[in-house]
Ligand binder design. Structure first.
Ligand code: PMP
Length: 425
């Protein structure tokens, strides 16, 4: 019989340690917001991989669509032999992206690849090279996206040198005293110190930083970035790999600011657990790369396209955008009740069902408490709840529970969280 301990030993012997692990648990089966490990223990899943399961583990409609696709064909490489699901998915995502202009969509396999391609397209379109990103931002693990990621340990350390022409502005963070004015001024500083605006191809921002700690960019920030980009002919890119696919209560988080970026990247939850990512944007910008300049062997795999089309249907049939807002309210009110009892919870924040708490020693925002975040997540695992941390200081606990989770399962998970704080904090 398999045990988690025996599998962990095999994992350690066979797989490089650079592939970290949050939990020493090996899954045997997953269903909606619950998983069972190889020892038969049940857990509630508040992580969904990392933000991949907005429609839950193995949503029946997604699984059926994949099974149907498996019976027809599984691979051709879209550049070699095209297929309709790719085209239909592009049409439906084009219709969903904000902005009163024609759009086109390109499919890739991972979030990192979507970001890489957005930058390639922005450079081809503007014939400029500079890229401005934000402190604390996360854009991936490939070398270009690592250069863009705004956190050294553990992501960048030891992996340089990185591609040139990437600059970091300061992400706004009211809790830590960084205003939108400060953030916009940090871009002007880059224009002064590092690169003239006429050489900048794109500014890329996560509407809500994911790995960076669920830090919400105020709508004003996105509006001012749009105006700045327009003033200098710079393309605005929103990285919605984590915020997209309905997590924040709208299909794209940026919709809530009224801003239409030139390009948007998405991945993770768009296909309910199957690997696919996308760049959607202004048609003429998307067309800047010459034929043969974009693509990939597995990019836009028919199996993943079928899954993604099913996810779009599930969002409509099950009203999951509204559900996302309801889940967000339910999570936020329960977490606020925990915060009222525990001073260490210094902030409860988020957008829609993308919700997190930030932990501090004695509630002092100058003393991030990563150790407590670790102890709470370990206690949660022991009590049957999968939680994830994030944040520049590792002191944020984030919730990315499936939007399809029942209220009973949500409340059970939140109850376990409350018990963990009572036991450990
Ligand atoms: N951008 C953002 C905002 C992300 O959250 C992530 C993944 N955490 C990525 C890009 C990279 O995606 P992937 O791991 O699929 O390459």
């Amino acid at each position: 019989n398999l045990t988690n301990a025996a599998l962990l030993a095999r994992r350690q012997a066979a797989i490089p340690r650079g592939v970290g692990h949050s939990h020493a648990i090996f899954i045997a089966k997953g269903e909606n917001a619950e998983i069972w490990d190889v020892e038969g223990r049940r857990f509630i899943d508040f992580a969904g991989g990392i933000a991949v399961l907005n429609t839950g583990h193995r949503h029946p409609a997604v699984i059926q669509a994949v099974k149907d696709q498996l019976d027809k064909y599984t691979h051709t490489c879209f550049q070699v032999l095209a297929y309709e699901p790719y085209v239909e998915l592009a049409e439906r995502i084009n219709a969903k992206a904000p902005g009163d202009f024609a759009k086109k969509t390109l499919f890739l396999t991972t979030g990192s690849e979507a970001v890489e391609n957005a930058i390639k397209i922005a450079r081809a379109s503007t014939r400029r090279s500079g890229v401005i990103c934000f402190s604390g931002g996360y854009h991936g693990r490939t070398l270009l996206t690592l250069a863009m990621t705004g956190k050294v340990v553990p992501y960048k350390a030891g992996f340089g040198p990185f591609p040139a022409e990437i600059f970091h502005a300061t992400f706004p963070n009211a809790l830590h005293g960084v205003t939108v004015d400060d953030s916009m001024a940090s871009i002007e500083t880059i224009f002064k110190n590092d690169i003239e605006p006429s050489r900048v191809a794109a500014i890329i921002i996560e509407p809500v930083q994911g790995e960076g700690g669920f830090v919400v960019a105020p709508p004003e920030m996105l509006q001012r970035l749009r105006a700045l980009c327009d003033a200098h002919g710079i393309l605005m890119i929103c990285d919605e790999v984590q915020t997209g696919a309905g997590r924040t209560g709208t299909w794209f988080a940026v919709e809530q600011s009224g801003v239409a970026p030139d390009l948007i990247t998405m991945a993770k939850s768009m296909a309910g657990g199957f690997p696919i990512s996308a760049v959607v944007g202004r048609a003429e910008v998307m067309d800047a790369a010459a034929p043969g300049g974009l693509g990939g062997t597995y990019a836009g795999s028919p199996i993943a396209c079928a899954a993604a089309l099913a996810v779009l249907d599930v969002f409509e049939k099950e009203n999951l955008l509204e559900r996302s807002r309801n889940v967000g309210e339910r999570l936020t009110s329960a977490l606020k009740a925990m915060a009222a009892r525990h001073a260490c919870i210094g902030d409860v924040r988020g957008m829609g069902a993308m919700v997190a708490i930030e932990l501090f020693k004695n509630g002092d925002v100058k003393q991030p408490d990563a150790d407590l975040a670790k102890r709470i997540t370990a206690e949660a695992t022991a009590r049957g709840l999968i939680l994830l941390t994030c944040g520049t200081y590792g002191n944020v606990i984030r919730i990315l529970v499936p939007l399809t989770a029942s209220d009973a399962v949500l409340d059970e998970g939140l109850g376990i969280m409350a018990d963990c704080f009572d036991a450990v904090a």
